[in-house]
Design a binder for this molecule. Sequence first.
Ligand SMILES: Nc1ncnc2c1ncn2[C@@H]1O[C@H](COP(=O)(O)OS(=O)(=O)O)[C@@H](OP(=O)(O)O)[C@H]1O
Ligand SMILES: Nc1ncnc2c1ncn2[C@@H]1O[C@H](COP(=O)(O)OP(=O)(O)O)[C@@H](O)[C@H]1O
Length: 198
Amino acid sequence: MAVENITWHDASVTRKERNRKNEHESFVLWFTGLSGSGKSTLANAVSRKLFEDDKQTYVLDGDNIRHGLNNDLGFSPEDRKENIRRIGEVSKLFVDAGYIVSTAFISPYREDRQQVRQLLQDGEFIEIYVECSLETCEERDPKGLYRKARNGDIPSFTGISSPYEEPESPELVVNTEENSIEGAADLIVDYLKGKELL
Ligand SMILES: Nc1ncnc2c1ncn2[C@@H]1O[C@H](COP(=O)(O)OS(=O)(=O)O)[C@@H](OP(=O)(O)O)[C@H]1O
Ligand SMILES: Nc1ncnc2c1ncn2[C@@H]1O[C@H](COP(=O)(O)OP(=O)(O)O)[C@@H](O)[C@H]1O
């Protein structure tokens, strides 16, 4: 959509100044994976660790955002695309505000994730594939949604009747069948330390 008659205003406090004050970089940890794979659990576990280490941190979670900002969107491919586009824009604002933002959205389409990556600067988009077999996700079924989907009560359910496109070259893959919650969160924090982002 064309942006006409709108002028960009530079902020009086820059991101660089915020980063310097916070004593850390700001970036996005983009958790992607099937429902029940552990995105939300891990995003929150990592955020807690970062918070306790005095970092500015915030979690954007699929279910919560769909209650508010994106409560006009469903689960068609077009709506999921718009969901991810908006979350990408919100994430970018958080990065500008100096935060390490963790997002927990299925974000099933590669193209949509790629668009968010392109929205951000190099190195600011850290894609974390929360790997977990459909079988295990279905066993966990923390919200009873797989059962409903199998019964035909939820159309276009990811992994059952709607696709999930695995990341081809994510920054990090964390398997939640092979790692405990704590172990997986540690892997992520270690990765960030290794990249000197913390
Ligand atoms: N049809 C269908 N498919 C997948 N998921 C569904 C569906 N209907 C409702 N839910 C619930 O919505 C959560 C996924 O929302 P997201 O915003 O992450 O989805 S997406 O990225 O736009 O695909 C998802 O949350 P998580 O389990 O945390 O992934 C489900 O609880
Ligand atoms: N290693 C693990 N990592 C993350 N979650 C795990 C793990 N093992 C078991 N779980 C459980 O699996 C469920 C994952 O749910 P959730 O974090 O809401 O997933 P998602 O956000 O991907 O839908 C939670 O009930 C969590 O306690």
